[in-house]
Ligand binder design. Sequence first.
Ligand code: SF4
Length: 370
Amino acid sequence: MEEVSSLYVHVPFCRKKCIYCDFYSLEKGERGDYLKLILKELNLNAPQFNQFPTVYFGGGTPSLMGAPFFEGVLSRIGQFSEVSVEVNPEDATREKLKEYKEVGINRISLGIQSLNDRVLRALKRQNTAKENLKAIENSLSVFSNVSVDLIYGAPGQTLEELLKELEVITSYPIKHISLYALTLYEGTPLLEKVRKGEVKLPEEEETSEFYYNAIDFLKDRGFSQYELSNFAVKGFESRHNISYWKLKNYLGLGPSAASFLERTYRQNLKDLKAYREKVERGELPTEVEERYSKKELLELKLLMGLRLTEGIDLEELKIREAFEELSKREPVNSLLEEGLLVYNRPVLRIGKKGLFTYNAVVGTLISSLL
Ligand code: SF4
């Protein structure tokens, strides 16, 4: 089997569920035996997996766990070079972060979401802007590789407010920024509120303006956009996430975690109780398993790979000739003419104009090509 390049560990616990979130997490979940379950699932998956160049603890709120949890997982595997943990601002104390560093964590992803109190209240986040700033300062006093997550397009947010937040953030030696549009997911309280007319989100045109202004602002501040929603100082791109977009093999542990191993996509049960029962019985806690055909795999490679602004090599995918033939005809010809896609033989990439409407652009390409 091809090398497994990354390990993802899902920590499905949160203090309080946020109104916009559709990740699997519980406000009250038994955490005492979680390390044991994760290690058991790792063994069940394949005892031969013991080297992962990158490890990512996501959630949920991984920072609800103490350093021994991370130590327990990391000591079971070897040869990792990038180890990231998502940290909620309320957990970002210097003491806790120092303990995390001591057990081998070397990258912090801070879920601050905003530095504006009105936006934070609208999102029903637990922190204030002041607390978020303190969390950034604490993180930078312990780690040199700090990423922050920001949301744009929140109810009532203005472009000036977003740029002000970016101004403050980039005045710190932050190395990486993930910038996500607030998205409405089925089953979330936020979607209900929007449907009832209690909350109004910005129109698409306004959200697109936020996005493009943010891209230009961050570029001026030395952050290059290497993926649709991700910006980094050179050399600080998330290696872990790049391996997802390049469709390398990865293993996910914990309820709801996904894995991709040799053309097979698998997702674990999204229920801690059912997950625990399966793992304790010595069975893989799989809920969905799908083996991709060659065509589906190619489709996925385009869909994921074009997210990276460096683009994809069509020669490597063995579709250069087919694409060049197609590029003379509609609708692909228009995508190129309008700068939604950019082709420099043999590399195809998404054009700046196509970034915001990525799904539609790549969807059109795929349905024409495959
Ligand atoms: S956004 Fe983060 S902290 Fe909030 S419920 Fe989702 S996983 Fe938990």
